[in-house]
Design a protein around this ligand. Structure first.
Ligand SMILES: NC(=O)c1ccc[n+]([C@@H]2O[C@H](COP(=O)([O-])OP(=O)(O)OC[C@H]3O[C@@H](n4cnc5c(N)ncnc54)[C@H](OP(=O)(O)O)[C@@H]3O)[C@@H](O)[C@H]2O)c1
Length: 304
């Protein structure tokens, strides 16, 4: 039974909404809100307590783009958790292509490197017990509706995955949606590799689907932001995207429904909303164990 959950990026959007939904479950006794901004974290905790009438939330300071902060958070976590939701992420801020001190792009650090270290360190410390869920994205298979191309790798070698980590894979771009698809693709492969290495824990990559009402586009350039938000609104009217409650529900289902299999990547079967399905059915390379291991090993090169 899942009694405690740690959620990264829990002060806004899908992270906060999933905390609210989890608190509706009587089995849940503790929710750690992993947040980088103390002020926003405090407000989110207060808001969640008011919304749910439950006093089960605790802030865990963590900046997933900074590995020192990630390791400190693991040390600070006062007890093992049953589940981890690796949700922090998105478009990586205004300087998404800038390298961090670990040599990866900011967008990669926020979405993947920090979570890789978090999951591995929690497991090493005996502080993760049942499920690890990663916020995947349909962008991993390309999103025609939003002009995002399907990531096309030539060799899927360790070196090619390293180029996704450090940004060399894509030409210099001002558009954060260009690196986003390849890194979410790589994250799904990394999760499958982790699933084979740690059989006692269920690893699920779950896309929340195209979700409005989050802050996800706020750091894009003003023009791109205007275009993306406008497009999302039109798509909401057309029923092609959904509200944050629906997206967060996918995380909760991923944690509690054992039909979601260890190592699987789940996202919308068609388009960006609606029924969820196993992505390996749609694109076979997601189940290629060599590619999974290469993605895993590329990440290890940046962990000191
Ligand atoms: N919305 C969608 O349509 C969609 C679709 C597929 C996948 N996803 C994925 O779902 C996840 C959540 O997206 P969202 O739309 O809910 O975004 P959001 O509203 O922008 O929320 C992102 C959360 O992550 C936090 N965060 C960002 N950088 C961080 C860092 N370095 N350390 C710790 N926390 C950090 C943010 O904190 P601050 O408030 O401090 O910035 C915020 O709490 C992302 O991984 C995204 O890629 C979203």
């Amino acid at each position: 039974m899942i009694k405690s959950v740690l959620i990264t990026g829990a002060n806004a959007g899908l992270g906060k909404e999933s905390a609210r939904q989890l608190a509706q479950k009587s089995s849940i006794e503790k929710i750690y809100l992993g947040c980088r901004n103390p002020q926003k974290a405090k407000l989110a905790k207060q808001g969640l307590e008011e919304l749910t009438a439950r006093d089960i939330f605790e802030v865990l300071p963590i900046d997933v783009s900074n590995l020192t902060s990630v390791r400190k958070a693991v040390a600070l976590l006062p007890e093992p958790v049953d589940a981890l939701i690796m949700n922090a992420g998105g478009t990586g801020g205004k300087k998404f292509q800038k390298h961090t001190q670990d040599g990866v792009t900011q967008i990669f650090a926020v979405n993947l490197l920090g979570h890789a270290v978090l999951a591995e360190e929690l497991i090493k410390a005996g502080k993760l017990q049942q499920v690890a869920l990663y916020a995947g994205s349909e962008a991993a298979r390309g999103v025609k509706e939003m002009g995002m191309k399907r990531p096309e790798l030539k060799t899927s070698s360790v070196d090619e995955f390293v180029s996704i980590c450090n940004g060399a894979f894509y030409a210099d771009t001002k558009d954060a949606t260009v690196p986003y698809g390849p890194l979410k693709y790589m994250a799904a492969l990394w999760m499958s590799a982790m699933a084979r290495q740690h059989s006692a824990i269920r690893f699920i990559t779950m896309s929340p689907g195209a979700t409005t009402g989050t802050e996800g586009f706020n750091t894009l350039s003003p023009v791109r932001q205007y275009l993306m938000k406008g497009m999302m609104q039109v798509m909401l009217w057309l029923g092609k995207v959904h509200r944050v409650e629906v997206g967060a529900q996918r995380y909760v289902d991923g944690l509690f429904n054992s039909a979601y299999q260890n190592g699987g990547f789940y996202a919308s079967k068609q388009g960006l909303t609606g029924a969820v399905g196993e992505q390996g059915v749609l694109f076979k390379d997601i189940n290629n164990e060599s590619f999974q291991d290469n993605a895993y090993q590329a990440i290890q090169r940046f962990i000191k």
